[in-house]
Structures are given as structure tokens and as C-alpha cells.
Design a protein. Structure first.
Length: 81
């Protein structure tokens, strides 16, 4: 979560005003919605993987994909309501 709130969020911002949303609002919402937390952790893991040597980054890619998978079903249920 720390990596997301300090670095990863920037990769999601197109304009300056979006920074507050991605750095503050989205993480706060993630504490209420598990699928969003898993999505954030997935993005942060994949972001970390891009900053490492490929042999070390594989672990983070695997972790990112696991979090991504965990987020899908709860997200589908949330948007079905």
C-alpha cells in the first residue's frame, strides 16, 4: 500500500488534479472494498516488478497477478448490484 500511495499512483494520473484522487481517495476507499484493495496491491506489485531486474521482478509479477485474480469476482459482484 505504501508503494502505491507514494509512487504507483502517479502512473495513473493524466492531470494534476487526479493526484489527490489516486493518492488519497482511492486508498481510503480500498479499506472499505476488498476488491479495490486487491487491485491496488496488484498495481503496486506490478509497478515494483518494472523497477527490478527481471530475475527478481518475477516474484512481484506473480504476486500482482494473484491480487488481480482475487479482485475480479468481488468486483463483478459489486457492479452487479
Amino acid at each position: 500500500m505504501h508503494k502505491f500511495a507514494t509512487e504507483t499512483y502517479r502512473s495513473l494520473c493524466v492531470s494534476e488534479p487526479e493526484k489527490v484522487t489516486w493518492q488519497n481517495l482511492v486508498p481510503k476507499l480500498a479499506f472499505k472494498h476488498r476488491y479495490l484493495m486487491h487491485g491496488i496491491l496488484s498495481l503496486a506489485s506490478l509497478y515494483i516488478a518494472t523497477t527490478l531486474d527481471p530475475s527478481h521482478g518475477r516474484h512481484y509479477v506473480g504476486t500482482g497477478l494473484e491480487y488481480h485474480s482475487m479482485s475480479l469476482e468481488p468486483f463483478r459482484m459489486a457492479i452487479d448490484i
